[in-house]
Ligand binder design. Structure first.
Ligand code: PDD
Length: 299
């Protein structure tokens, strides 16, 4: 039976009624509604962030807010991240939803206006919301067995560096992975890997170098990727930010992905070929532990 909540109403998807943030107010999830004219709905004219929460604390919060600011600027969506007080909003959502481990989703659209390809007049208020999702992140069984990946052509738009809600192709590719009985898809331009559907792709060469795609318009500048590069530098691991092919990844010593919700997750198979010995890599698992340790570090 669904548990009652102090916020009232019925749970929408889970067993509790969450409190969500919408346009300056905290409301029960079932009461959070937006206009059918919202440009986020009609044009995918919105940007988003996903941050993870461990032990009630947000991991890499400032880097996520900085990327949000960048996405907004690239899309010319008028929302002042600093003036909005996101630190307080996120802390309130964690507290009100008793979130210990999980994710927080933030979305900002250009707002509601009569349907027109042209952007609405300046002054149209953006639609701003955020919600929590309780889930187990550290004890993810996939970390023990590793991910099996297939590759597919990268047919997304050309500004993948902006974190927009235009996620239909990624969603379709995840369905294709599911139908193929594997865990996810790495997207490729020709035979060069760009990134995963919702993660950055990395390999460890037989020389022990960490290789991940260089930044540009072709991939999202992952916050986890950046933190991990810093950890790798501190651990004395050579990092190469460059292109790498499917064949190089298949022949690598280890492979893994990085994202806010998966942290560092081993990849053990690419297009039916085992990576290394087909088990989660030792270096990968050491980097996963180091990342989690850093995230849970001194309060
Ligand atoms: N996805 N590349 C893409 C295309 C992504 O969507 C993501 C994140 C990443 C990793 O970025 P970060 O380390 O900052 O999470 C790379 C999030 C988790 C999502 O859409 O749910």
């Amino acid at each position: 039976m669904a548990a009652a909540s102090q916020d009232g109403g019925k749970p929408l998807w889970g067993s509790i009624v969450r409190t969500v943030y919408l346009n300056g107010s905290y409301v029960a999830e079932g009461d959070a509604t937006v206009s059918i004219f919202d440009r986020g709905l009609m044009f995918a004219d919105a940007v988003y962030e996903v941050c993870s929460v461990l032990d009630r604390r947000i991991i890499d919060k400032q880097a996520h807010l900085a990327r949000l600011e960048r996405s907004l600027a690239e899309m010319a969506i008028a929302h002042d991240v600093a003036a909005t007080g996101w630190d307080d909003i996120l802390a309130t959502l964690i507290e009100r939803n008793h979130l210990i481990e999980g994710t927080i989703y933030i979305q900002i659209s250009r707002g509601a206006a009569d349907r027109d390809f042209l952007f609405p007049a300046p002054g149209t208020p953006p639609t701003v919301f955020a919600f929590t999702q309780a889930r187990s992140l550290v004890a993810n069984p996939m970390a023990d067995r590793g991910m099996r990946i297939i590759t597919r052509p990268d047919r997304r738009w050309g500004r993948r560096d902006i974190k927009t809600v235009q996620l239909l192709y990624a969603s379709m590719m995840k369905m294709e992975a599911k139908a193929a009985g594997v865990d996810d898809v790495w997207l490729v331009d020709g035979d060069v890997i760009t990134e995963g559907t919702s993660q950055n792709a990395c390999i460890i060469t037989r020389q022990g170098h960490l290789v991940t795609r260089d930044l540009g318009h072709h991939i999202l500048p992952g916050v986890t990727r950046l933190s991990l590069i810093e950890i790798a530098h501190k651990s004395g691991i050579t990092v190469e930010e460059r292109r790498f092919t499917i064949a190089e990844a298949q022949g690598a010593a280890e492979a893994f992905v990085t994202s806010a919700s998966l942290f560092v997750m081993p990849v053990v198979e690419i297009d039916g070929l085992k990576v290394g010995d087909g088990l989660p890599g030792i270096e990968t698992m050491a980097l996963r532990s180091a990342y989690i340790e850093q995230a849970c570090g001194p309060k």
